[in-house]
Design a protein around this ligand. Structure first.
Ligand SMILES: Cc1cc2nc3c(=O)[nH]c(=O)nc-3n(C[C@H](O)[C@H](O)[C@H](O)COP(=O)(O)OP(=O)(O)OC[C@H]3O[C@@H](n4cnc5c(N)ncnc54)[C@H](O)[C@@H]3O)c2cc1C
Length: 235
């Protein structure tokens, strides 16, 4: 992961739209030093990708974004080389996850691309609630302290750098237990096919009612620019 702080006068008034909200970032295309400014009725930028505003400091007009450095891709390649003074376009925010105040347990199941989203959800949980967090990351070095007013039970699950095993550690950890509360609310965000497999496991093997799961495919193996509205409800 690499954290990049974005700043600019146009961030005046910017505020995230709840936990796990998203922004659209437009990166320069090959040969460009700056991306093309999008026009309201213009074509969709090919190098536009979806990210999470992790921290917003409105007083200094700053937004922190944590990028997974996964290899080739306009976003990951840009983040790996980013230096002070480079220019991006930021649009948004788009809506995030509604925390259910009646949930008896919050279960957050995510890979590294959704770690920033999980952190924003944890920050929104009230004291007196319980959160169980399963986080699949490339290596143990990605572990970091997580903060919440809720009581936390966190498991970091190193996957290794082979992205083809995305979701395997999450499924294994869920099968190991403990049992999931009948009143739990579940946020599940990771690679798109892994999200579908884990969703089925929750429903078929662990008896979770499907309406209790919010699924999000954050990226898809071998797919460029996977759409940001993949909820896995087709599975
Ligand atoms: C609501 C939402 C919020 C998101 N927030 C974040 C965030 O805060 N931080 C973050 O890092 N990502 C986040 N993502 C995921 C990010 O949008 C995707 O990973 C995106 O594909 C990255 O674009 P790219 O240009 O680097 O790669 P692309 O051009 O889209 O893809 C190129 C290749 O890289 C692979 N790839 C893409 N992402 C990954 C990955 N994470 N791991 C391994 N291989 C990958 C693809 O399978 C493809 O083969 C979010 C996604 C959504 C929907």
């Amino acid at each position: 992961m690499r954290r990049i702080t974005l700043t600019g006068a146009e961030l005046e008034g910017f505020a995230p739209a709840g936990p796990a909200s998203y922004i659209k970032l437009i990166f320069p295309e090959p040969g460009q030093t700056e991306p093309t400014r999008p026009l309201p009725d213009g074509p969709r930028a090919v190098s536009m990708r979806t990210y999470t505003p992790l921290a917003v400091r409105s007083e200094t007009l700053e937004v922190d974004v944590d990028f997974v450095l996964h290899g080739e891709g306009p976003a990951s390649s840009w983040a790996a080389q980013a230096t002070v003074g480079q220019v991006l376009f930021l649009m948004g925010p788009g809506p995030g996850y509604a925390v259910d105040p009646a949930a008896t347990q919050h279960l957050l199941i995510a890979d590294d691309s959704a770690l920033p989203a999980v952190e924003t959800i944890l920050a929104a949980l009230p004291a007196g609630t319980q959160a169980r967090v399963l986080l699949e990351v490339i290596s143990e070095a990605e572990q970091r302290p997580l903060h919440s007013a809720a009581a936390l039970d966190v498991r970091w699950l190193p996957r290794g750098s082979d992205h083809r095993s995305a979701g395997v550690p999450l499924a294994k950890a869920l099968r190991e237990g403990p049992a999931i509360d009948a009143g739990a609310r579940i946020y599940l965000a990771c690679e798109a096919a892994a999200m579908r497999r884990v969703r089925q496991l929750l429903i078929d093997e662990l008896g979770v009612e499907r309406s209790r799961i919010v699924g999000r495919g954050y990226w898809k193996l071998d797919a460029v620019n996977h759409p940001d509205h993949d909820y896995g409800e087709d599975s």
